[in-house]
Design a binder for this molecule. Structure first.
Ligand SMILES: [Zn+2]
Ligand SMILES: [Zn+2]
Length: 262
């Protein structure tokens, strides 16, 4: 049993064949997937998937790579996050790789998401690229540890992983960990404590080896877990069990439905 903790099933590459993606998940032992929102405009599509399919969950947030989107407020995020199948806030964070110039708006938007997550008690999905120092600084300044969450598609150093773990966060690996040249990242994947480990696809992007370059899909989270098992000298079963437990402990989807029902 495996869970894809981060995918974008609403993106056109995957949205055209949801039944196919779900069937493939089932065939690969991938029981659940978390569909992650990147803009509030697209959020209804993400929520729709989670409403229609029992084993899909949703998050709400505006990704740091979307500069031309209106300022979100914590209230707006919290209202959308009240839905029982919305289990997280994000993805949010900082990306100094894709975008340059004055990125103060990115930092402000990140702070807004952290405040919303703390207020509504739902964990954060954090995207960080070429911005580890500022990401950690803002996480500390805003007490992101109160909400907890995950550093998704992790590609940073062990020191950054360690700092995020110390703040109470989980580390999620994508297909990048299967790439031959990801030498340093493979070392990080060996060292993350088992109880803080998650796996994801970030599909339709970042297809793992042996499908590199193809349109990625949630079923292929299996190849990410297999590579992590190989690196850590353990079995796929152990990685699958631990990451699935971690997913349900962090995102508590069943409790969300109970809370909303009361
Ligand atoms: Zn991301
Ligand atoms: Zn993503």
């Amino acid at each position: 049993m495996l869970v894809d903790s981060h995918c974008h099933l609403d993106f056109p590459e995957l949205a055209a064949d949801i039944p196919g993606a779900l069937a493939e998940m089932a065939a690969n032992g991938v029981t659940h997937a978390l569909c992650v929102s990147v803009t509030l405009e697209d959020f209804p599509k993400v929520r729709g998937l989670a409403e229609k399919h029992e084993n899909l969950y949703a998050s709400v947030g505006t990704h740091p790579d979307y500069p031309d989107h209106p300022l979100v407020t914590p209230e707006e995020l919290m209202a959308l996050a009240a839905h029982p199948k919305v289990v997280a806030i994000g993805e949010t964070g900082l990306d100094y790789y894709r975008l340059t110039g004055d990125l103060e708006w990115q930092r402000e938007r990140f702070r807004t998401h952290i405040r919303a997550a703390r207020s509504c008690g739902k964990p954060l999905i954090i995207h960080t690229r070429s911005a580890a120092e500022d990401t950690l600084r803002i996480m500390r300044e805003e007490n992101a540890g109160d909400a907890g969450g995950v550093m998704h598609c992790f590609t940073e150093t062990w020191e950054t992983a360690r700092a995020a773990i110390d703040l109470g966060f989980h580390i999620s690996f994508s297909g990048i960990v299967t790439f031959k040249n990801a030498v340093e990242l493979k070392e990080v994947a060996k060292r993350v404590p088992l109880e803080r480990l998650l796996v994801e696809t970030d599909s339709p992007y970042l297809a793992p080896v042996p499908f590199r370059g193809k349109v990625n899909r949630p079923a292929w989270v299996r190849y990410v877990a297999e590579e992590i098992a190989r690196l850590r000298g353990t079995t796929l079963d152990e990685i699958a069990a631990a990451t699935t437990d971690n997913f349900f402990r962090l995102f508590r989807p069943g409790d969300r439905q109970l809370e909303a029902g009361n």
